[in-house]
Design a protein around this ligand. Structure first.
Ligand code: SF4
Length: 410
């Protein structure tokens, strides 16, 4: 049986896709690059914000248009959690729906008689599609209720994997040659009652040539112990990915984030005592955001010299608290603020990277002429361009000869 698979969205969705691949491979399903050769056309969707929804629908429509009579179109993931009824009525070419909650129990063999794409949250095994890094999901769902976010509706409340399962999956990854394990979740810092550092310390004890990176730390669950562990452990890269969303007290309250600007400043003051990289993401143009709020945000990113920054224009999502807010920032102003923030960041990033010129950095080779240091998470950050080709998956030390806006050069 042949399957054509498209995986959209974030690393958390990619892990779902990898679980699907694993379960399918047990059923001897072969994956093909050409949709025309496939019996099953499977799209694992993202529906976090409007942009992602559009991309998901566009992909389904494109595949549906060319679908042949003997092919089955399966749509899985977050889009189904939010819009199953609409998809069902408007895209009749879709044969099977799998949302993120029912994906555990749905068995396609009941419908197809030949395959089973079900996966379970507790299943450790999956087919890893990335190298030399791989993602490891330590929990799913979220107990926060940020006013703009649909994740708790889609993924449900927070539940975590037990430590034994995480360690077992971790070992399987490094034994199979993975050199960078990236821990992910909707909220990684609340693991084990805000004691993620205990897990990190235990993972660091495993033998092997690897490093660990953590993404998506929720600010108010970051403890001093966690900072110390990430900043000082040899096996954990000193990289803090802390999505702040905003810094103005007024906006944080409207966003229903459970911290204020004073807290953030104190946290970042602590971080900057160490030699660490900081990444954050922000939403601009959130309802009621005035020029002075936006200026506070711009000043903050400048003062704290954030190394890596992502910016989203606010996107009004159905069934969220913020969708009911009455004062919206006009579309053009949202776009302008995002462009301003990113332009300022571009210059800041260039200045930040200059400090590495002439220095030696340990890097992991991602492709023969491209590597990443602790500064760069896979897929979202910059890289270090190599002068000479090196074997993929090796750790090497290189001397930085120059820097650009986002990248370093050997
Ligand atoms: S913490 Fe993140 S996933 Fe949870 S509700 Fe807030 S934005 Fe959504």
């Amino acid at each position: 049986m042949k399957c054509y698979l498209v995986s959209l969205g974030c690393p958390k969705n990619l892990v779902d896709t990898e679980n699907i691949l694993y379960e399918s491979s047990k059923q001897h399903i072969e994956f093909v690059y050409n949709p025309e050769e496939a019996d099953i056309l499977l799209v694992n969707t993202c529906a976090f914000i409007q942009k992602a929804i559009k991309e998901s629908i566009h992909t389904i429509l494109e595949i549906a248009q060319n679908k042949k009579e003997n092919q089955k179109l399966v749509v899985a993931g977050c889009l189904i959690g939010r819009f199953k009824n609409q998809i069902e009525s408007q895209i009749p070419e879709v044969d099977i729906f799998i949302d993120t909650n029912s994906i555990d129990s749905i068995s396609l063999d009941k419908k197809f008689n030949y395959c089973n794409l079900a996966r379970s949250f507790s299943v450790e095994k999956r087919i890893v599609t990335t190298y030399p890094y791989a993602y490891l999901r330590i929990s799913d769902g979220c107990n926060h209720r940020c006013s703009f976010c649909t994740i708790p509706q889609i993924r449900g409340s927070y539940r975590e994997k037990n430590k034994k399962d995480i360690e077992s999956e971790f070992l399987q990854l490094i034994e199979n040659g993975i050199k960078e394990v990236v821990l992910i979740a909707q909220d990684t810092s609340c693991y084990n009652n805000n004691n993620l550092s205990a897990l990190l310390k235990d993972l660091s004890k495993f033998n092997g040539d690897f490093w660990v990176r953590v993404l998506y730390l929720y600010p108010s669950s970051i403890t001093d112990d966690l900072i110390e562990t990430i900043a000082s452990s040899e096996k954990i890269v000193p990289y803090f990915d802390i999505p702040l969303q905003h810094v103005s007290d007024k906006m944080l309250k409207l966003m229903r984030r459970n911290y204020n600007k004073k807290f953030i400043c104190e946290l970042f003051d602590k971080l900057l005592k160490y030699d660490v990289a900081i990444r954050s993401t922000f939403i601009v143009g959130f309802p009621y955001e005035e020029d002075k709020d936006f200026k506070e945000l711009m000043d903050f990113t400048h003062n704290y010299k954030i190394d890596r920054l992502g910016a989203f224009e606010y996107s009004k999502e159905e069934n969220t608290k913020s969708a009911s807010y009455s004062t919206n920032v006009p579309y053009n102003l949202r776009r302008k603020r995002r462009a301003l923030l990113l332009a300022a960041q571009k210059n800041l990033s260039r200045e930040n990277l200059k400090r590495f010129v002439g220095k030696k950095l340990k890097v992991l080779i991602d492709s023969p002429k491209k590597a990443r240091s602790y500064l760069d998470a896979p897929e979202i950050d910059g890289s270090l361009k190599l002068k000479y080709e090196r074997p993929v998956g090796d750790f090497v030390e290189v001397t930085v000869s120059k820097s650009s806006f986002y990248d370093l050069f050997e």
